[in-house]
Design a protein around this ligand. Structure first.
Ligand SMILES: *[C@@H]1O[C@H](CO)[C@@H](O)[C@H](O)[C@H]1NC(C)=O
Ligand SMILES: *[C@@H]1O[C@H](CO)[C@@H](O)[C@H](O)[C@H]1NC(C)=O
Length: 278
């Protein structure tokens, strides 16, 4: 890793910023970002922020059951909305409902500026960023602006999604953001009647790809109808069914991410001291 490529994020009080990304949309990126953020807060006991950088289709307000305009503090900064122990900021709080917005590159950057430096985040151990889907210039500028300490890639096991996951991984590596690992979403289906799991999209796709790319495979999140229902109601499964198998997967992924950041820190990848909690 290039020395000095990673330095403290230029956001006062924020220790580390990690991205949850996917090569393409519709693979469960936002659901994963939300559940990881809640797991980092509730399970790992960290001070967590969640930034919805998916300005094209902000879904954090719905997934976190948050709405309304943020209040402004005396320093003229927006106060993040909070639920499940996570401080959240999203363009969705600032836009008129259903108002069409045509985003151009510079507008995305100024929106991002507003959602980061224009917010009174307080002290955070970690900020999770729900990235816009894709691997283009917008994603590269977001990565560089935020000085990401790592990225998690979400994919489904289908070939096309995996190809995009590779593209996403390459993009982050090109801008010297360490890949914390790959998460497989929708890998097997737990039959609600019999409790048997069956692989409906082939077997081992993400794990094999991770091995080939020499990145960590962080875990498989089962396709559980419950996740969809609870997500759409604004109840992340990590909080609403804390004892479920699915919550256990997210909790273990969150713990591994914290461990990996510690390893990276002790290997000297970061200029700032370690995350000390957990
Ligand atoms: C996986 O992706 C699908 C499609 O976006 C989504 O509906 C589902 O909730 C995701 N599952 C998880 C566990 O995030
Ligand atoms: C969402 O938040 C509202 C207002 O705080 C609350 O009344 C409602 O019960 C919440 N819904 C869920 C699913 O937690």
């Amino acid at each position: 890793m290039a020395a000095g490529a990673l330095s403290k994020p230029q956001l006062d009080g924020v220790e580390r910023i990690i991205a949850v990304a996917s090569g393409k949309g519709g693979v469960g990126k936002s659901t994963t970002a939300v559940n990881l953020a809640v797991a980092l807060a509730l399970k790992c006991k960290l001070r967590v922020g969640l930034l919805d950088a998916d300005v094209y289709g902000p879904s954090i307000p719905l997934l976190m059951n948050l709405s309304g305009q943020p209040k402004i503090d005396s320093a003229n900064k927006m106060i993040p909305l909070e639920n499940y122990g996570v401080k959240c900021m999203s363009m969705g709080f600032l836009m008129e409902k259903d108002a069409p917005v045509v985003w151009r590159g510079p507008m995305v950057m100024s929106a991002l500026e507003k959602l980061t430096r224009g917010v009174s985040w307080g002290k955070l151990d970690i900020m999770v960023v729900d990235m816009p889907p894709g691997t283009g210039d917008a994603q590269i500028s977001v990565s560089q602006r935020l000085k990401l300490a790592g990225a998690v890639i979400v994919s489904t096991p289908q070939d096309i999604a995996l190809l995009d996951a590779r593209r996403g991984t390459n993009m982050f590596q090109k801008v010297h953001v360490p890949i914390l690992g790959l998460i497989e979403n929708m890998s097997y289906f737990i039959c609600p009647g019999c409790g048997q799991s069956s692989h409906i999209f082939g077997h081992g796709g993400c794990e094999t790809t991770a091995k080939e790319m020499q990145i960590d495979f962080l875990g498989k999140v089962p396709l559980d109808v419950h996740i969809r229902e609870t997500s759409d109601e604004g109840k992340p499964i990590v909080a609403s069914s804390a004892n479920s198998d699915v919550a256990a997967v997210y909790n273990s992924i969150a713990t591994r991410i914290v461990d990996k950041m510690r390893e990276l820190a002790s290997a000297g990848a970061y200029v700032t001291p370690n995350i000390s909690v957990g």
